[in-house]
Design a protein around this ligand. Structure first.
Ligand SMILES: [Zn+2]
Length: 205
């Protein structure tokens, strides 16, 4: 049971279409609080996040941006701002790969009537085996002085501590949820996925 929708706040036809959609959809209030998840959401959450904290029951009534890595919060809030200001759908592709499979999803943000928030549709656009060179876990190479691994929030490549411009695909780090990870955005994703939103980052070291 996916509660949280206030019918008077969402146009009647939207919940029916969204509820039966095979794509993972959610709705946000104007202040970007999650107020609804459709029935496809939990399957998407289980496949992509492997954490119970991503299930509808856990995310409802929480601020959406709380679930967005810090480096990307400006990107996402800008997309909602654009959707509202322009009054039309805005779209952003993002990677959500597992250790085994390369996946790209398209997030489409539909503004509802002013004051009524947004509906967000996540649809799978690419799924294929990885073609990246595989690197093995290596503490000396990937762990910083605090023992943390620096992973791209989008592509999940891992940054080499000694050469921050180099990000490797280390599927062993991606295979299971971990607590010893901190997230950033790698130079490739910064330009390819978020170039319209993020300035290139100066690298040090
Ligand atoms: Zn990346």
């Amino acid at each position: 049971m996916y509660t949280g929708v206030t019918p008077s706040k969402l146009p009647d036809k939207i919940p029916a279409a969204v509820d039966s959609s095979p794509h993972a959809c959610f709705a946000l209030t104007e202040s970007l609080e999650i107020c609804y998840c459709n029935s496809a959401w939990d399957q998407f959450a289980q496949e992509n996040y492997a954490e119970p904290g991503a299930l509808a029951a856990s995310v409802l009534h929480k601020p959406f941006l709380q679930f967005v890595p810090e480096d990307l919060r400006l990107v996402y809030s800008d997309i909602f701002q654009r959707a509202r200001t322009l009054g039309r759908m805005q779209s952003l592709d993002y990677e959500c790969s597992s250790a085994e499979v390369f996946r790209v999803y398209r997030m489409q943000v539909y503004p509802l009537k002013p004051g009524c928030g947004f509906v967000v549709v996540n649809s799978l656009v690419i799924v294929q085996p990885h073609t990246r060179a595989v690197c093995e876990p290596d503490n000396a190479c990937y762990r910083d002085n605090n023992g943390l691994i620096h992973m791209c929030a989008n592509c999940r490549r891992t940054c080499r501590v000694s050469t921050p411009a180099t990000w490797d695909w280390v599927p062993a780090y991606v295979a299971h949820p971990r607590r010893d990870v901190t997230h950033g955005v790698c130079p490739f994703c910064r330009e390819y996925y978020y170039g319209a939103y993020l300035a290139p980052k100066k690298l040090t070291g």
